[in-house]
Design a protein around this ligand. Structure first.
Ligand SMILES: Nc1ncnc2c1ncn2[C@@H]1O[C@H](COP(=O)(O)OP(=O)(O)OP(=O)(O)O)[C@@H](O)[C@H]1O
Ligand SMILES: [Mg+2]
Length: 319
């Protein structure tokens, strides 16, 4: 089955990204951060986007939302949401769709809440910026419902960010992202800065919210164990490319690309002492142009790239 027929099998995609390319200009030449990435997300689906630091995950997220800013620029590809081309759309039309259709929980967003605004005002701002002035009472009801949806007590309504824990702040960011009930939520490492227990509860909150709104989600992260519990399919990024994508179970049982194997092998286990030190990932220089790897179908809906010579050198040293 081709990737195209696989997409039609899973139903109409909410998001369809084709051959997305994003570069950053630097004094030493262009960094090819995203090198021809293609994937789609079906209605109601959660796609995990994983990969090591610097592999291009956040750059994909910003590119998809057309939020790439200098020195970054989108140099090619297409992004469509519900069949509409996001990259070609006039800015005003895009603004209308952002947060209604497409919402982002940005990486590190819990540290970017406005310290001098109470929670209620930050969430109210999001709603009023997009929907105009609202009757106070209705607005309050909406904010309280959003707080409830992300599992926060009503007292948080009047608090300032410094009065909240990290997990609570992250939930506020999720509440802001879902305020307009978007069709697609992109959450960029929403749990990375949190302790393991809070990570799980925030992740659960995201899933509950997603189910409640009937949204689709792209969940960016490194934590394969967490991803395994949360997502339907996983896309693995390596040096600006998706090197493997497939249903979560199949990808865990039969990983094909060496980098996917490495990610899965790194999941800690109580029964087995795992290697601690990654000796050599031999990541290619991000300024050297590379062909976009062709993905071939290894089992139904599971696609993997044949690794290039350098990529085979994912070596793990046993500490
Ligand atoms: N403003 C910038 N200028 C130059 N290069 C950049 C810039 N931002 C990102 N890059 C480069 O683009 C590549 C991808 O970065 P990106 O932030 O998308 O990675 P990531 O996968 O999200 O990493 P992390 O897991 O650490 O968040 C990296 O090589 C990075 O060095
Ligand atoms: Mg990132």
């Amino acid at each position: 089955m081709s990737e195209r027929s696989e997409r039609s099998r899973r139903g109409r995609p909410i998001l369809d990204v084709r051959d997305l390319r994003v570069h950053y200009s630097t004094p030493h030449g262009d960094v090819i951060a995203v090198n021809g990435v293609s994937f789609s997300v079906a209605e109601g689906e959660t796609l995990g986007l994983v990969g090591e630091s610097g592999s291009g995950k956040s750059t994909v997220a910003m590119g998809v939302l057309r939020l790439t800013s200098p020195p970054g620029r989108v140099v090619g590809g297409s992004v469509s949401v519900k069949g509409e081309d996001i990259l070609a759309m006039p800015e005003a039309a895009l603004r209308r769709r952002r947060w209604r259709e497409l919402a982002l929980v940005p990486q590190g967003s819990m540290n970017s809440l406005n310290p001098v605004l109470r929670v209620r005002d930050q969430i109210r701002d999001v709603i009023e910026t997009h929907e105009g002035k609202q009757p106070r009472r209705r607005l309050k009801e909406r904010v309280l419902r959003l707080l409830d949806l992300v599992n926060l007590p009503a007292r948080v309504y009047d608090l300032y960010p410094h009065e909240l824990s990290g997990g609570m702040k992250q939930r506020i960011c999720i509440a802001m992202a879902i305020a307009l009930e978007p069709s697609l939520i992109i959450a960029d490492e929403p749990t990375s800065a949190l302790d393991v227990v809070v990570q799980r509860t925030v992740a659960q909150t995201l899933l509950t919210v997603k189910a409640e709104l009937g949204s689709s989600m792209v969940l960016i992260g490194h934590d394969m164990a967490l991803q395994a519990q949360l997502v339907d399919r996983i896309a693995v990024m390596y040096a600006g490319n998706i090197v493997e994508i497939g249903p979560v179970r199949d990808l865990f049982r039969h990983p094909h690309h060496p980098y996917t194997r490495h990610l899965i092998a790194s999941i800690p286990s109580i029964r087995e002492r795992k290697p601690l030190v990654v000796k050599d990932l031999r990541r290619p220089d991000p300024r050297t142009p590379r062909p976009t790897p062709a993905l071939s179908e290894v089992s139904t809906g599971h696609f993997a790239a044949i690794p290039e010579a350098g990529d085979e050198g994912v070596v793990i040293s046993h500490a």
